[in-house]
Design a protein around this ligand. Structure first.
Ligand code: GAL
Length: 416
């Protein structure tokens, strides 16, 4: 079909095939790395196959902080895009301000309520109406490793924090960078979150980052988590400052570094480089977090529009995202797992299969926790406060963990 349309376009006949309802859909996102762009390309192509025009509104910057700033400016000036990558509790904030449209007709036609886990569906709704569509489920607590490097130093990929530090010393001695990292606030928070999950366990993790329990935020275990997190500085190279996450992933791919603690969007980079899970690279849960799952759900919130053709394009976008075909192709490229619970995982790689299994089992054990670093556990106001404390702590060689835990609690308190 696409080839045929390209041919017709070449001979000037494209209009004949463009449906009368064709509209434009402008999508704001921050998916600009190799794997991310490939995944987003799937959606673009599927929209174009339906005759619509895709207007890409990409604002680079992992974690999406820059994208959110640009979105606010556009929305305030009365010219929001049709769809924007907005996550977690922030969806409610945008809906409350009256920006988002109602997608219930699409949702009921396609039975979203049945296809989605209830906690996911609830996050996508405002006052019981769908205003956003979920795309995927990312697991954040992963460790990515280059097996050749581990072979060279005759060591196993670490399963616990103690093993991590032992192996990291060995790697350092062999002149390999143990941990690939990018010194950006959200990446610092991603590593901190993994260490905190290992030390606190899922229950206290939730108490701290979802329920904002001041005793846990400033408590002894938090001091221990901060201490261990700070120790990671010894295993990061001096050029980490400001480095993008996907450049850090490349360091693991080319063997310059041994490991990276990062969500499974990192897998999108391995996949885009043509590498195979379990053979060319290894995925294991971040040290000490085998039995837990920090989730991060990407979603597109849909804005109110007044052009009929563009409204049609927007609805087609929402419908397409939850169709099984898109869920399969997109998630294979992105590194995430489908957000529908009824999908066949047999064509996915071993990391994705492990992720789906852990997603299901941890939802029964209570060890499925929302990611703080990726805007799932709290509002962006609280998250911003935590980021500041954590990144300042990590960048200061002499910072005191006990003082920092107290600072963490009061910073969270100030944003509630
Ligand atoms: C996360 C997002 C992921 C990935 C990552 C790095 O916040 O949920 O899909 O894109 O940022 O850009």
């Amino acid at each position: 079909m696409k080839l045929f349309r390209n041919f017709l376009a070449a001979v000037g006949l494209s209009v004949a095939l463009t449906p009368a309802h064709a509209g434009e859909v402008e999508v704001l996102h921050w998916w600009t790395s190799g794997g991310e762009a490939k995944a987003m390309g799937v959606l673009k192509e599927m929209m174009e196959d339906q005759g619509h025009t895709w207007k890409d509104f990409a604002v680079a910057g992992g974690g999406g902080e820059a994208a959110m700033t640009v979105l606010k400016t556009r929305a305030v000036s009365g010219n929001p895009p049709a769809a924007a990558q907005i996550k977690g509790l922030d969806i409610q904030e945008w809906a409350k301000l009256g920006f988002l449209t109602n997608l219930d007709d699409v949702a009921s036609d396609a039975n979203w309520d049945e296809a989605l886990p209830p906690v996911v569906a609830d996050t996508m709704k405002y006052e019981d109406n769908y205003v956003a569509v979920p795309i995927n489920v990312h697991r954040v607590n992963w460790l990515w490793a280059n097996p050749e490097v581990f072979e060279k130093v005759d060591a196993d990929v670490p399963r616990t924090l103690d093993e991590f530090f032992t192996v990291a010393d060995k790697l350092k001695e062999a002149d390999v960078i143990p941990l690939a990292h990018g010194g950006q606030a959200w990446q610092d928070a991603t590593v901190f979150e993994a260490v905190a999950l290992a030390v606190l366990g899922p229950k206290d993790f939730e108490a701290a980052f979802v329920n904002h329990d001041m005793d846990v935020l400033s408590g002894e275990k938090m001091v221990e988590a901060l201490t261990k997190f700070h120790r990671m500085r010894d295993y990061i190279d001096p050029n980490a400052v400001g480095r993008d996450w996907n450049i850090a992933t490349q360091m693991v791919i080319n063997g310059e570094a041994a490991m990276q603690i990062m969500g499974d969007w990192a897998k999108g980079e391995f996949t885009a480089a043509g590498l195979e899970a379990g053979k060319d690279y290894v995925c294991v849960p971040a040290p000490g977090t085998q039995d837990a799952f920090t989730f991060n759900i990407d979603s597109l919130a849909m804005f109110k529009l007044n052009n009929d053709a563009n409204v049609k394009a927007q609805k087609d976008l929402a419908r397409t995202i939850l169709e099984p075909e898109f869920q399969t192709i997109f998630n294979k490229a992105k590194g995430s797992i489908p957000v529908r619970t009824d999908m066949d995982m047999s064509g996915f790689d071993s990391c994705a299969q492990a992720s789906m299994e852990a997603f299901k089992s941890t939802s029964e054990t209570g060890a499925l926790v929302p990611s703080m670093a990726h805007g799932m556990s709290t509002t962006s106001a609280v998250q911003g406060q935590i980021f500041d404390v954590i990144t300042n702590f990590f960048n200061n060689a002499n910072a005191d963990p006990k003082e920092t835990a107290e600072r963490l609690a009061s910073a969270v308190q100030s944003a509630l």
